[in-house]
Design a binder for this molecule. Structure first.
Ligand code: FMN
Length: 196
């Protein structure tokens, strides 16, 4: 099983990344991590878009600009590690989505106008930590869930979150331990075996 970790964390001491690392100890497979802050997807400006449109027309995806999309397309499970920023997630993650959604490569449109997946992704896991409380799950996890469902027909998802980490007086260690217990409960069965 190919597991792709899309890491949108910035801080060297990222709690989101630490929680994701814990999660990865529960998953079996080949793990590849893409660090978006080191390996920036970049904005789709006029020049890039027209280059991309031409490549799509020619059905030629050999350019480096399609590396993110090809890597995503061949994964079985995608883990998104995304701190809660400004009610959703860091903008590099949105840029990543713009890079992977390539018509003719990772999805295509059917006659009815609905996207059909050309990728092997079957499941995604979204890990986030928040300084305060997440006001709406729809703006972060929910957005990714919609992208994964509508473009890639991925119905299997897991949402891991730890909230209130920057609130004065909160016990950060305890909150993170609780999130790890959530991970244990989801990914191990009553016999202590990995179950997903
Ligand atoms: C640019 C930025 C925006 C943030 N926006 C929010 C926010 O809207 N709501 C909130 O509760 N916390 C917000 N925070 C706090 C982070 O969610 C919190 O510190 C989180 O645990 C950071 O994850 P990390 O430790 O993986 O970097 C923000 C932090 C930063 C740096």
């Amino acid at each position: 099983m190919k597991i792709l970790v899309v890491d949108a964390c910035t801080s060297d001491n990222s709690r989101t990344r630490a929680l994701t690392k814990y999660l990865l100890t529960k998953l079996n497979g080949d793990i590849q991590t893409v660090y978006l802050t080191d390996n920036k997807p970049g904005a789709l400006d006029e020049k890039t878009l027209s280059k991309r449109d031409n490549a799509v027309k020619d059905n030629d995806f050999s350019d480096k600009m399609f590396d993110f999309a090809k890597q995503f397309k061949s994964a079985d499970t995608v883990v998104f590690a995304a701190p809660y920023w400004d009610l959703s997630f860091p903008s590099v993650l949105k840029q990543y989505i713009e890079q992977i959604n390539v018509c003719g490569l990772t999805f295509e449109y059917t006659q009815s106008g609905m996207p059909k997946s050309l990728s092997s992704v079957k499941r995604f896991i979204y890990v986030t930590t928040a300084g305060g409380y997440i006001v709406s799950d729809e703006l972060g996890y929910g957005y990714i869930k919609n992208v994964m469902q509508l473009f890639y027909e991925v119905g299997d998802s897991v949402y891991i979150k730890a909230e209130g980490l920057d609130i004065y007086g909160n016990n950060v260690g305890e909150i993170l331990e609780k999130a790890k217990t959530d991970i244990d409960n989801i990914f191990t069965d009553a016999y202590g075996c990995f179950c997903r």
